[in-house]
Design a protein around this ligand. Structure first.
Ligand code: PMP
Length: 361
């Protein structure tokens, strides 16, 4: 068996140890004689898997007791709408920070429900940096402040937590959740689609402070109300059981790796290897301000875009796939989430050096 290095932005690579365990347990989970996929979500076995996944996530992220963890569906995209539906709470509007493609989608969705104040934007700088806190024009009457912790397409990451002086902070952490420790108590709500750093697509995680539950005005319809899911331990309807099981295995794997502080060190090491080479090279480029560069998604361009196809072909021949940049920006993008080993980044850098030496004569 040959495993490739998959640099996809999501669905993305999963830890090989997790896939192996899932394979070993596929037909007969722990002597139950059945696959997790086949289990009743109300049965003792699955309830145990579900509870352990939540407990391990709480432990990894240090989630305080006054926060609920919800296992939902519909992707981060549904959260773009559920957030204003549930959190505008009768107020006129909410504050949004505009940092690129994903912030833009969150803003567009929120406008369906209320007034959106763009309190900071990096648009004039072509979304190549994270706007400094001192430049945010916060409205103290805003229902909440929303920002995108990591712009998956632009490769811009906040390496600091905003201070919103008492207004609930809402964060799209889809592409950097679990990549480093975060202080959950600084947030009102954190959400993330699973398919990058958590598990398979189809599961969405929401972490919400409990005083924000049941505040929607008018109350959202049952399935769109966070309170429904909080009151029913994410089992109001059938949850995405297999996705939650795999996420649970990823959480166990993260604990075995030493937790989020250890992951952060590894992620710094991996990202530095790639950025140091990009900076040293006159052939490759990355437009993002150094202090705001993403450790998860590294976009880069070749000196000559006409060479893009050749670069991708050569990478594929060496077992490295999904390096093509997002269609909206072009160039290349290497997504190097938790499950990407240092060896994968090293192999990419070796190939980039070889390619540069060959074409940039
Ligand atoms: N936010 C960010 C930062 C993302 O990267 C993505 C997906 N790439 C989304 C939201 C949308 O997620 P989904 O496809 O799960 O709805």
């Amino acid at each position: 068996m040959t495993r490739i290095f998959n640099f996809s932005a999501g669905p993305a690579a999963l830890p090989q140890a997790v896939l192996k365990q899932a394979a070993d347990e596929l037909l007969d989970w722990h002597g139950s004689g059945q696959s997790v996929m086949e289990m009743s979500h109300r049965g003792k076995e699955y309830m145990g898997i579900h509870a352990r996944a939540e407990a391990d996530l709480r432990e990894l992220m240090g989630i305080p007791a006054n926060y609920k963890v919800l296992f939902l569906q519909g992707g981060a995209t549904l959260q773009f709408e559920m957030i204003p539906m549930n959190l505008l709470a009768g107020k006129a509007g909410a504050d949004y920070v505009h940092t690129g493609e994903w912030a833009k989608k969150a803003i567009k969705a929120a406008k369906l429900f209320g007034k959106v104040n763009i309190v900071a934007s990096s648009e004039e700088g072509k979304f190549t940096y994270a706007p400094a806190q001192k430049d945010w024009k916060l409205d103290k009457d805003a229902a909440y402040v929303h920002y995108t912790a990591n712009e998956t397409i632009g490769g811009v990451e906040f390496h600091w937590t905003p201070d919103t002086v008492g207004v609930p902070l809402v964060c799209d952490m889809s592409s950097n959740i679990l990549s480093k420790p975060v202080d959950v108590s600084k947030y009102g709500l954190i959400y993330a689609g699973a398919q990058k750093n958590i598990g398979p697509a189809g599961l969405t995680i929401v972490i919400i402070r409990d005083d924000l539950l049941g505040k929607g005005v008018p109350a959202p319809q049952t399935m769109l109300d966070y309170k429904t899911h909080a009151d029913n331990d994410s089992m109001y309807n059938t949850p995405p059981t297999y996705g939650i099981y795999i996420a649970g295995l990823v959480f166990q794997w993260l604990k075995q790796q030493g937790g989020l502080a250890a992951m952060e060190q590894r992620n710094i090491e991996k990202a530095s290897l790639l950025y140091d080479y990009l900076d040293a090279s006159s052939f490759y480029g990355n437009p993002v301000r150094k202090e705001d560069r993403s450790r998860m998604n590294v976009p880069f361009t070749l000196g000559d875009a006409a060479l893009d196809e050749e670069f991708l072909k050569g990478a594929k021949a060496r077992g490295m796939v999904q390096l093509k940049g997002h269609r909206s920006v072009g160039g290349m993008r290497a997504s190097i989430y938790n499950a990407m080993p240092l060896a994968g980044v090293a192999a990419l850098v070796d190939y980039m050096k070889e390619f540069e030496a060959r074409v940039a004569k």
